[in-house]
Design a protein. Structure first.
Length: 367
């Protein structure tokens, strides 16, 4: 890209930056004993192959309601290097003050950018990104581990590197077994990887979701239509960089992409139960009507599964964010109660498989 083009992009970015900062809070419940932080751990600026100045990335995150971001510039790929000559730490240093003023937790990181295998990996919570610029990829990983970095595999199903099948290579086995891989991107941008979710579940790795944004965020995400970037919900004990790191190491995460939430079953169940209140129950001899209130910004798609045929209810329900929804159950064949069973199809407890959930209908109260 020519220098004049970069300057034009930066002027556009600063024009957006100059507008009033209005924060859109993302309402997601807190699991018992933890606080939910909204995080994006894979972001680029003009200091690698992005089109945005570092401070603009902070402003974007603040406006969207994020709590933490990591600037993860490519180590080996810097197409703007003729115009921008700087340390790999520079984007973090430029953004640090803006992040502090906006109370956005800023995490220092880099993207190890290699052919497959092993492919691309992010190392975050670094103290010196420059130390990772090494000829051999294993030397980059060793430098990251010496800094106690959290390291995760980026977009394992990326078509440019795995055009036919998403594979786990021998190089990944080595990285995993020697402690150089703690997580995998289950979702990158708009692409979900069921293979990555399966590997995370089998190998006890942390599930990560990121935007991998390069251009200004509003060119990718239509906020007016209620869209959001792909992000990671991190369930922390304290709101700090160290709190995030501790939660990532203990796999307390959920991936939020479009209307999907992808996580281990315990987190999905708690997010659902803490989002939904049972506001009202009306019962007579022939039916029960339950009024639910969704107090979160999450959408829930419910699909009826195998159940007692004496309990008659619709096949599918959609519980919209911040809305009430009624579920009516007809009682037939003299039945007095039982379970109404659902699959919450957009809460992925396993690859492409929704969370199974039941309400017990008996006496006066369903639970």
């Amino acid at each position: 890209m020519k220098k004049s083009s970069i300057i034009g992009v930066l002027i556009l970015c600063f024009a957006f930056w100059g507008k009033a900062q209005v924060r859109n809070e993302i309402h997601v419940p807190d699991p018992e004993g933890y606080r939910t932080l909204k995080c994006d751990f894979h972001i680029h600026t003009v200091f690698s192959d992005g089109l945005v100045w570092p401070t603009v990335r902070v402003d974007e995150a603040y406006r969207e309601g994020l709590d933490a971001i990591a600037l993860t510039e490519h180590l080996e790929y810097r197409p703007h290097r003729q115009d921008i000559i700087a340390s790999h730490n520079r984007s973090y240093e430029i953004a640090e003050k803006t992040a502090r003023n906006n109370q956005v937790i800023l995490i220092r990181g880099s993207e190890i950018t290699r052919p497959m295998a092993p492919g691309h990996f992010n190392a975050i919570f670094l103290s010196d990104c420059d130390a990772l610029e090494q000829k051999e990829y294993m030397d980059s990983f060793k430098a990251a581990r010496r800094q106690n970095a959290f390291i995760f595999w980026n977009h394992p199903g990326w078509d440019r590197q795995q055009p036919d099948t998403t594979l786990w290579w021998n190089e990944h086995t080595r990285l995993y077994e020697e402690g150089y891989m703690q997580g995998i991107e289950v979702a990158n941008g708009k692409k979900y990887s069921p293979e990555a979710q399966r590997w995370c579940m089998e190998k006890k790795l942390t599930m990560i979701g990121t935007s991998d944004i390069h251009q200004p965020i509003q060119t990718d995400i239509d906020f007016a239509r209620g869209q959001h970037r792909t992000m990671t919900f991190v369930f922390v004990r304290e709101r700090s960089a160290e709190g995030i790191r501790e939660a990532l190491l203990h796999r307390r995460t959920a991936v939020y992409m479009d209307e999907k939430v992808i996580a281990e079953e315990q987190w999905l169940k708690e997010l659902f139960e803490k989002s939904i209140d049972i506001e009202d129950i009306k019962r007579n001899e022939k039916s029960i009507v339950i009024t639910l209130k969704n107090n979160s910004d999450l959408t829930f798609h419910l699909k009826k599964t195998r159940h007692n045929p004496g309990l008659v209810y619709f096949r599918e329900y959609t519980i919209q964010p911040q809305c009430r929804h009624r579920i009516e159950i007809r009682l037939e064949n003299n039945i007095q109660g039982g379970d109404i069973n659902f699959e919450i199809t957009n809460l992925y407890a396993a690859p492409n498989k929704g969370l199974t959930y039941s309400y017990k209908v008996s006496g006066l109260f369903p639970f």
